[in-house]
Design a protein around this ligand. Structure first.
Ligand SMILES: Nc1ncnc2c1ncn2[C@@H]1O[C@H](COP(=O)(O)OP(=O)(O)OP(=O)(O)O)[C@@H](O)[C@H]1O
Ligand SMILES: Cc1cn([C@H]2C[C@H](O)[C@@H](COP(=O)(O)O)O2)c(=O)[nH]c1=O
Length: 216
């Protein structure tokens, strides 16, 4: 097994609700499986029994932004310790539908919650060992789409949860939050223009993965 395979790859998918990210998870998984890689597909909030219980509360129960942020990070801590770190240690590809960028976009930009508090929680939860870098995805596929188009795509598709029921203005702020995160870390983010047909979106996703040289 080569060095890259032993280390594993952590890939997150991000975007406002309805941007189309989940539609490409199967195909990404197939690409890595065809390259002989173990793929661990997971999501946030969620990914463990405890975190999935917290997800149900987060998506359905009214709460203030601090409570929301604490629950998101509590779920993340369990997910990181139980699933993500062990998978990366055995060389798997971790394909995660949302991670901490969602917290900065939704709780930070969307709700207007204190970014410094989020940064502190991020350090507590994603610190791997003293002095080491925080656990972060190596690649974040950001599906960028206007809130109006995303809302049209979601209309009638399912009962909106507590986030999906937010007005367009909320999602404009969330989108800006993602744009700021992407500008801060251009090497980690690949912006996917999601305002096009599925095949054209997929071509961008595949290109971003090929560029990293992980599919050989
Ligand atoms: N390129 C596309 N063009 C038109 N419709 C699309 C496209 N991609 C996905 N859709 C449709 O848009 C809706 C939302 O897609 P999807 O569930 O993949 O989004 P998502 O980003 O995962 O949303 P959420 O985060 O809210 O779960 C689905 O009904 C899906 O079939
Ligand atoms: C990780 C994370 C998620 N959220 C929000 C974003 C979405 O509206 C839901 C998850 O639903 P999905 O259909 O699985 O995308 O949760 C958030 O507000 N903060 C977070 O950190």
């Amino acid at each position: 097994m080569d060095q890259q395979a032993r280390r594993g790859q952590f890939i997150s998918l991000e975007g406002i609700d309805g941007a189309g990210k989940s539609s490409h998870l199967d195909a990404i998984e197939r690409l890595f499986a065809a390259a002989g890689r173990e793929v661990v597909r997971t999501r946030e909030p969620g990914g463990t029994p405890l975190a999935e219980s917290l997800r149900a509360l987060l998506l359905n129960e009214a709460m203030d932004p601090l409570t929301e942020s604490l629950l998101v990070f509590a779920a993340r801590r369990d997910h990181v310790v139980q699933v993500i770190q062990p998978a990366l240690a055995r060389g798997a590809v971790v394909l995660c539908d949302r991670f901490t960028d969602a917290t900065f976009a939704y709780q930070g930009a969307g709700r207007g919650f204190d970014l410094a508090v989020l940064q502190t929680l991020e350090r507590w939860v994603q610190q791997q060992e003293a002095g080491a870098a925080l656990l972060q995805p190596e690649l974040t596929l950001w599906f960028d789409l206007a809130p109006e188009v995303a809302a049209e795509r979601l209309a009638g598709a399912r009962m909106p949860d507590r986030f999906e029921a937010q007005p367009a203005e909320f999602f404009r702020r969330v989108r800006e939050g993602y744009a700021r995160r992407a500008a801060e870390e251009p090497g980690r983010f690949a912006r996917i223009d999601a305002d096009t047909r599925r095949e054209a979106v997929w071509a961008q996703v595949e290109a971003a993965l090929q560029e990293r040289g992980w599919l050989k």
